[in-house]
Design a protein around this ligand. Structure first.
Ligand code: AMP
Length: 285
């Protein structure tokens, strides 16, 4: 596996691969890799000649009071995991390589899509995501880029700007990878104690309860949200940030599930903020 640290290195690698007529799959990550990231990489491996992973904690997508400094950085362990896929090249730049002095260009997806769910609580977050993903797509010359349903709103935002900016990359959404307990895998799970991890199972449990109710015939969105939040409230260590539902992928308000609906939650377990979701009434594509 090649380790690429500079813009010049990834551009040269991508050019060589393209000159050889190879297809390129890009998997953007912030490192601290877990099985969820690896499912994206394995999918990219199946569908492309070359797999490029970015392992970069992107400062621009963190708010001033968020966990940028504390975010886990374990590059050597990440490399060992990527070798098992195997990945062809990892792009691991310094922040100053991505945002050198004088940097002043950002991709801003305006309108409703970025002002609800995590966008409402993390101002500027999706501007940071859209900016870095655009740069990574340009640098890697990817044919396909892989994202997890775990961050379903992120997938909607990425699909939106890829369409709006005529970027020639196909976006692939990969289902949520969970621990046996049902807990969605996340780099932030490592912030939690064992007691907190046990409590965090309430996220997937509450969504499962709503999904069961939906499958038993409950189509009213407010009722499905209430089933979810009532279940979360049974866990003393949990504090709800939001329980919300919108059409998927457009993220428009809806009262009755007559088309695919994203039921999404953000919950703090102690100090750790976790997200999870389920798509009701349709396939996650
Ligand atoms: P992150 O490193 O947290 O920015 O995540 C990088 C990519 O991995 C994003 O597209 C995430 O949606 C995806 N991802 C993170 N956790 C999971 C998971 N449990 N299942 C599937 N994809 C995931």
């Amino acid at each position: 596996m090649k380790v690429l640290k500079t813009v010049a290195e990834i551009q040269a690698f991508a050019k060589q691969m393209k000159d050889e007529g190879k297809t390129i799959g890009l998997v953007p990550t912030m490192g601290a890799l877990h099985e969820g990231h690896l499912t994206l990489m394995r999918r990219a491996r199946q569908e492309n000649d070359v797999v490029i992973v970015s392992d970069f904690v992107n400062p621009v997508q963190f708010g001033p009071n968020e966990d940028y400094d504390k975010y886990p950085r374990v590059f050597d362990a990440d490399c060992e995991k990527m070798e098992t896929v195997p990945v062809d090249a990892v792009f691991h730049p310094e922040p100053s390589e991505m945002y050198p002095e004088g940097y002043c260009t950002y991709v801003n997806v305006e309108g409703d899509l970025t002002h609800k769910l995590c966008g409402a609580q993390r101002p500027g977050h999706f501007r940071g995501v859209a900016t870095v993903v655009t740069k990574l797509m340009n640098l890697s010359r990817a044919d396909h880029a892989y994202f997890g349903q775990k961050d379903a709103q992120q997938v909607s935002v990425v699909r939106r700007f890829v369409k709006d900016l005529n970027i020639n990359v196909e976006i692939v959404m990969v289902p949520i990878c969970r621990e046996e307990s049902g807990l969605a895998r996340s780099s932030r799970n490592r912030y939690m104690s064992d007691t907190e991890k046990a409590a965090a199972v309430i996220l997937s449990k509450s969504l499962r309860k709503a999904k069961d109710a939906f499958e038993a015939g409950e189509k009213d969105v407010e009722t499905l949200k209430k089933i979810t939040s009532d279940e979360i409230k049974t866990e003393p260590l949990a504090t709800i940030d939001y329980v919300d539902a919108y059409t998927y992928p457009a993220l428009e308000p809806i009262k009755t599930v007559t088309e695919p609906v994203l039921l999404a939650i953000a919950v703090k377990i102690g100090k750790t903020r976790l997200i999870d979701n389920v798509i009701l009434g349709g396939d996650a594509k």
